[in-house]
Design a protein around this ligand. Structure first.
Ligand SMILES: Cc1ncc(COP(=O)(O)O)c(C=O)c1O
Length: 338
């Protein structure tokens, strides 16, 4: 696969590369690319778009694109159970459970939390779906990963073949979904006569952002990618993206033409005290977007990223004639945040 070398290609060539990877038929793609004129007027801005990945499923979000490739990989390589871990309100866990229900693929969610006594947000959806959940108590991310590996070993000793998200291979596979997203935006700009120069992405561990950056680089940089951190400082984001891009390069056997320093724009001024800690401005922008456009952000990821875009554009730090925010979902967790 690939040519083992450096490469810039057109959309069709990139689509052909992606065809070599297995997917499952989930998600409503392309997701809409919507202009938010009321928000523009409110802020004296022009040409602002939202890529509605939050509408990819019900509930949707960035994880649907990841799962499209992850479950394709799992099914076509004879894995039998999908295992994923995360906090009790994890968007990834809920979307994994939901999509696995649709395609009849067994799925286990491992939560680093005590078993809840009330059902709200994503945890309510998990409950309604009768998702198989294991609660390992309030332990660290690292300890949870160890529990997941132990669970995997236990299942293997019972003759089952589990696919565990969080291996390097699975991270690279997950990122492929966001190459699709860049292709969609390029095609939508052409077909719908929209002009976009900058794409803004909220960044945690950077699996989502790495796919966007990589896809954009293979297409010869049609957009500038602006990364707004919700959790880690610049160096932390840089290291995560570097690792994730390398993993994708290994998977596809195609290296990007650019050095990361050339294409990485990272902003760590919007993350407040870190993961799960909103800022005064990010809370305000949830109300603003709801009031002006009827679009809902949430407190952990999407509002920090969106506020970052608004501020960078208003202060002309990013000078853009067309900006697009990728809305990565998280709607159910909003109900736990007020
Ligand atoms: C709604 C939402 N947006 C953005 C992200 C960030 O994705 P990543 O960790 O790949 O940077 C997440 C991760 O869980 C998420 O749930």
């Amino acid at each position: 696969m690939g040519n083992g070398g450096l490469s810039i290609m057109d959309v069709n060539e990139l689509k052909n590369i992606l065809k070599k990877f297995n997917t499952v038929e989930i998600g409503n793609y392309p997701t809409p690319l919507q202009r938010i004129k009321n928000f523009e007027e409110n802020n004296n801005l022009n040409n602002i778009y939202i890529k509605r990945d939050d509408l990819s499923e019900n509930p949707g979000g960035n994880k649907t694109r990841h799962l499209k490739y992850l479950l394709g990989d799992a099914i076509n390589n004879n894995y039998e159970i999908f295992i994923i871990s995360g906090p009790i309100q994890s968007n990834f866990c809920t979307q994994a459970a939901m999509i696995c229900k649709k395609i009849n693929f067994p799925c286990i969610l491992v939560h680093n939390a005590e078993e809840p006594t009330e059902y709200i947000g994503n945890n309510l959806l998990n409950h309604l779906m009768e998702a198989e959940q294991i609660f390992v108590g309030e332990i660290s991310f690292q300890e949870t990963e160890e529990k997941v590996v132990e669970l995997g070993e236990r299942l293997k000793s019972q003759g089952k073949n589990p696919y565990i998200f969080h291996t390097d291979h699975s991270k690279a596979i997950a990122s492929l979904g966001y190459i699709d997203c860049v292709i969609e935006i390029v095609e939508q700009c052409e077909k719908e006569n929209k002009h976009i120069e900058d794409i803004f992405v909220p960044v945690g561990n950077g699996i989502f952002a790495a796919g966007v950056l990589y896809g954009n680089a293979l297409l010869g940089q049609p957009f500038n990618i602006q990364l707004v951190s919700v959790e880690f400082n610049k160096e932390g984001v840089h290291n995560r993206i570097k690792k994730n891009v390398e993993l994708i390069e290994e998977l596809t056997n195609i290296k990007i033409e650019y050095s990361l320093d050339e294409i990485l724009n990272i902003y760590d001024d919007y993350m407040g005290e870190g993961w799960g800690c909103p800022t005064e401005e990010s809370i305000k922008v949830i109300k603003e977007l709801a009031e002006t456009e009827g679009i809902f952000l949430e407190k952990v990821y999407t509002s920090k990223g969106f506020y970052g875009m608004k501020d960078l554009l208003k202060r002309n730090i990013v000078r853009s004639k067309g900006a697009c925010y990728i809305h990565s979902g998280g709607f159910p967790s909003l109900f736990t945040q007020y």
